[in-house]
Design a protein around this ligand. Sequence first.
Ligand code: AMP
Length: 223
Amino acid sequence: MENIILIAAPGAGKGTLAKSLKSKYGYVHISTGDLLRDAVNKGDDLGLRVKDILASGGLVDDETVYEILKARLKEDDCKKGVILDGFPRNVLQAVKYEEILSELNMNLGVVIVLDVEEELLVKRITGRRICKDCGEIYNIYNPMMTPKKENTCDKCGGSLYQRSDDNEEALKSRYATYLEKTQPLIDYYQKKNNLYIVDSNKDINYTLEQVEKILNDLGDSSD
Ligand code: AMP
């Protein structure tokens, strides 16, 4: 399977898409945000260092992110094919990623951009709820994504929580950071001819269909 990089504004649905691709095809989903949040929850040195940055919506320093990403990519399961969600976040990280990949003998793969109108992001962010046990993602404003029982995961019965940065104020800063730092990656990968833009303004099934078509055309998703 091709490795995949997902690029999109906060709230566009990278995590939801990655989870669908993971369960259908067995990709390994690597979210640098999840890895950092795990550290915050554990309260280890790294977690204490990044806690306030995550809550404010700013970016963690590049070296820290390379370290946690590289450690995860070295694990055996990543040979199957990985989906990167939340990395790279800027052009410097993209350049460094290629160094890491060549060290680990892995391919860059494809880059998929989820295109979403700005107005939709607020609802997707402020309505997002996540299962604390299995990570399933819900949205209380989207009838297709509401849990059957309030605050309870349909899949495992775990309780749902809201991320500390899933509020309008932090979104403003996260979105500004996306426009300034992450969006230039679109140009960067367009020049490498491995970039696909997907309309992600509708539901997850519509997004998934388009992504599957791209992967099928590359002769990939059946591997
Ligand atoms: P996410 O779950 O991708 O929205 O990430 C949540 C937060 O984790 C971001 O707002 C950043 O503070 C931090 N973060 C995640 N990935 C990166 C990255 N590649 N570079 C720097 N900071 C990151």
